[in-house]
Design a protein around this ligand. Structure first.
Ligand code: SF4
Ligand SMILES: [Zn+2]
Ligand SMILES: [Zn+2]
Length: 308
């Protein structure tokens, strides 16, 4: 098969785009795709300070690599989840990536706050991903605000967005559908703009980019991913994609074009400030502080039940 752009031998075939590329042309194509997404959605303004949430996986490191390569002012934020060896190795990958490129990196470890994901999930009897999601959102928002950043960028790719959309549609979660956009403007002075520059590039395309750019990322999934519903949705969408290439792209793009504005138009609640941490909240306490309170109560009950 030949490269669609230069006619050399193709190395990558993209069925969703009905095309194929050699290595240099693929890198050109991928970069153009991301740049177009950034420009079309007005995600970034020149000179803005961007906090990039990095997990050590291919998507977030590919995103950081590209934003830095495009000349943006980027700082990485790694949140250690305290999930055993997986967290240790993912932190190493991020630290090596940042050091090799001379990029600034901030590291926050949940275990240092006595909030490692497994312990919090057990204490609150929640699914690990539910506890993890609440804590990630809080620490990313708080770090972006405290650090005076303009934008928070995450590496969510097309597969993530399509799976999330399917989950939201299956339960008609209108609030979630109203906020499912590649650019989320701040709804409170303590929030910063949130952007997903890879929202139209598939997991496969991002993996190919990371490989071609020599990015050393953690290949293993988080051990909790196996039980996550998102994987179920991803599996279903993969089957549809094999039968009909381009399904995921059309699903997400058409949602954003024709359905999302209707959900976004439904009045959104204005957040207040959390009595615990001062960050935006929809109740007296934000969901993070409610979670922490549950953990503290549980630990207090457990320790008072211990024999003296
Ligand atoms: S799989 Fe679940 S626990 Fe693991 S990083 Fe993702 S959300 Fe967190
Ligand atoms: Zn080529
Ligand atoms: Zn709070």
């Amino acid at each position: 098969m030949k490269c669609r752009r230069c006619g050399a031998r193709a190395e990558v075939q993209l069925r969703a785009h009905n095309t194929a590329f050699c290595r240099p042309c693929y890198l050109f194509f991928f970069r153009r795709q991301v740049e177009r997404a950034i420009d079309a959605q007005r995600m970034l303004v020149a000179g803005e300070r961007i906090l990039v949430a990095v997990s050590g996986g291919k998507d977030s490191l590919a995103l950081w690599d590209m934003l830095a390569d495009l000349g943006h002012d980027t700082t990485g934020l790694y949140l250690g989840l305290g999930i055993g060896e997986y967290s240790d190795r993912s932190r190493e990958k991020v630290e090596q990536f940042a050091a090799a490129r001379g990029l600034p990196l901030r590291v926050v470890k949940l275990e240092d706050e006595q909030l490692a994901v497994p312990g919090v999930a057990a204490a609150t009897r929640r699914a690990p991903c539910a506890a993890c999601g609440t804590m990630k959102r809080h620490y990313f928002d708080a770090a972006a605000f405290a650090g005076g950043f303009d934008v928070l960028a995450t590496g969510h790719n097309l597969d993530d967005e399509a799976a999330r959309l399917l989950g939201n549609v299956l339960r008609w979660q209108k609030d979630h559908l109203a906020r499912q956009r590649p650019v989320l403007p701040p709804s409170h002075p303590k929030f910063v703009r949130k952007v997903k520059p890879l929202y139209l590039t598939s997991e496969y395309e991002t993996a190919v980019y990371a490989f071609m750019r020599g990015i050393d990322y953690i290949v293993d999934e988080c051990p909790n991913a196996a039980g996550a519903t998102q994987l179920l949705y991803k599996g279903a969408l993969d089957r549809l994609e094999v039968a009909s290439p381009g399904t995921k792209l059309a699903f997400v793009k058409e949602f954003l074009r024709s359905a999302q504005p209707a959900f976004a138009a439904v009045e959104q609640r204005e957040p207040m400030e959390c009595a615990g941490c001062g960050m935006p909240a929809y109740g007296v306490l934000c969901s993070f502080c409610s979670l922490v309170r549950e953990v503290e109560n549980r630990r207090a009950r457990t320790s008072s039940a211990l024999p003296a």
